[in-house]
Design a protein around this ligand. Structure first.
Ligand SMILES: C[S@@+](CC[C@H](N)C(=O)[O-])C[C@H]1O[C@@H](n2cnc3c(N)ncnc32)[C@H](O)[C@@H]1O
Length: 448
């Protein structure tokens, strides 16, 4: 158990490092769409045979979950589905033309919002047009996020026939008090029914998203939730730290800071969850993730093949990730690009026959080098410098070395078991861009 002293010292605003540089530190002034296109085409020529990853953002949700930090559009009007899909397909065609061919898709993920807001028939039309075939290749990793409220047998069957074998269900918490606070209701029975159905159809990996630190969450309630979850045996669990960013997400103002467990109270919730999951045979992977030993995420982590990108942890590593849809982020290895953040703007730019990229970043040699170290830490708990550890990184690591969160052995930086809870803080020591320009306002949620 972490000491209160350590928690107080390290519970500062810290990025989650799904990228380096982190989005608030992108140098948009040095970036243009033309440079993005050039860097993407160059990367594609180099890595053509490896295939690409594709992320499709489907932002619509029928109701607002007040805790949610994702880019969403709340509506009950399903007439929005077809126009949005036609814009996605036009954006995809622009990328196909730019790359000069239909790229091989190694990984596809439908995220949101709520992908299962869309009808199974509309998703089928979207995905077959993108695959350019009846289904995706057998070796492609295809996954989607489903809401237990509206994931139907049609969704599960149609997506399975298209090649989808992984399903991620958003649960967050089964406790009724928490569900009331976050305006999101689902019962264990509902989740069991979808899980059983997905397995009977042939889905091989089922993930549940849970969150600790939610408003109204208490130890007893969380214990019960984790026990219900363990009984259903999902292959993977994402046990996220609640990111409280009310200055970005107004929905989070539906409750107050007093409703949210913080500091040691929040950390205790994590520990309760972690202990129950580990005792039930789940392996802790990277930050916030657990998997059964049979799951490919665990196997990849054992083989040193775990990777992290904007979608989180993955066992696939393709050099190019294309993001389609509102607010999606693309990464060609040497540059990042993010699409416009409102549905209207996104649609309008694509209608004018231009990519909807609104901002981006061209990675410098230093960025590439630091990014590799941060990825190593996030995925493997250690990193090795070519020679000695960079002196400025070393001096920033010093307090964590003194607190036995990190060991430095010649050129190697290793996170200790005690330090695993402070992974974001350790990565911050490598974040030159953040140290060069300290934020004037709070940009990130708290590290713990
Ligand atoms: C885009 S959401 C998908 C949820 C899915 N559409 C559903 O409604 O079931 C992806 C996941 O991000 C996590 N998430 C969203 N907002 C968060 C926040 N403020 N803090 C921590 N995790 C969050 C949740 O666990 C959520 O399931």
């Amino acid at each position: 158990m972490a000491s209160i002293k350590l928690l107080k010292k390290y519970n500062i605003a810290a990025p989650r490092y799904t990228s380096y540089p982190t989005v608030p530190y992108w140098d948009n002034e040095q970036f243009s769409i033309n440079q993005w296109k050039q860097r993407l085409v160059t990367a594609y020529r180099l890595h053509q045979s490896e295939g690409i990853s594709l992320y499709i953002h489907l932002p619509f949700c029928e109701s607002l979950c007040t805790y949610c930090g994702c880019n969403t559009r709340i509506t009950k009007n399903h007439a929005v589905e077809i126009p949005y899909i036609s814009v996605l397909l036009k954006e995809w065609q622009m990328y196909v033309e730019l790359l000069g061919e239909q790229p091989k898709i190694k990984e596809i993920h439908l995220g949101g919002g709520t992908p299962t807001f869309f009808s199974a028939a509309n998703l089928k039309q979207l995905l077959q047009s993108i695959a350019g075939a009846e289904r995706f290749d057998e070796d492609a990793t295809c996954s989607f996020e489903g809401h237990p409220d509206n994931t139907t047998i049609e969704h599960l069957q149609v997506l399975y026939q298209l090649g989808f074998k992984r399903l991620s269900l958003g649960i967050q918490d089964f406790d009724l008090q928490v569900q009331f606070m976050i305006n999101r209701y689902q019962t264990p029975q509902q989740v069991k029914a979808i899980t059983d159905l997905a397995r009977s159809i042939g889905y091989q990996s089922i993930n549940y998203d849970l969150i600790y630190g939610l408003p109204g969450q208490q130890e007893e309630g969380l214990k019960n939730t984790i026990k219900e979850v363990i009984a259903l045996q999902p292959d993977r669990i994402a046990f996220y730290s609640y990111a409280h960013v009310p200055w970005i997400k107004a929905g989070q103002r539906h409750f107050t800071e007093n409703d949210i467990p913080q500091g040691d109270e929040k950390f205790a919730l994590y520990e309760i969850g972690r202990e129950l999951l580990v005792a039930a045979g789940y392996q802790e992977i990277g930050m916030d993730h657990f998997a059964l030993k049979t799951d490919s995420l665990y196997i990849a982590s054992e083989e040193g093949k775990l990777h992290r990108n904007f979608m989180g942890y993955t066992d696939q590593h393709t050099p190019i990730l294309l993001g389609l849809g509102v607010s999606s982020i693309s990464d060609c290895g040497t540059a990042f690009a993010q699409n416009a953040k409102t549905v209207e703007e996104y649609k309008q730019v694509i209608a004018s026959n231009e990519l909807a990229v609104q901002k981006g970043h061209l990675l410098s040699l230093e960025d590439l080098y630091l990014r590799q170290h941060i990825t190593n830490l996030m995925c493997r708990n250690q990193t090795v410098f070519d020679e000695d550890v960079d002196p400025s990184v070393l001096s920033r690591l010093q307090p964590m070395i003194d607190d036995e969160l990190v060991n430095v052995n010649a050129a190697k930086v290793i996170i200790t078991p005690k330090g695993k809870s402070y992974l974001r803080n350790v990565c911050m020591a490598f974040d030159n861009r953040l140290w060069q320009r300290q934020p004037k306002t709070q940009l990130f949620s708290a590290a713990i």
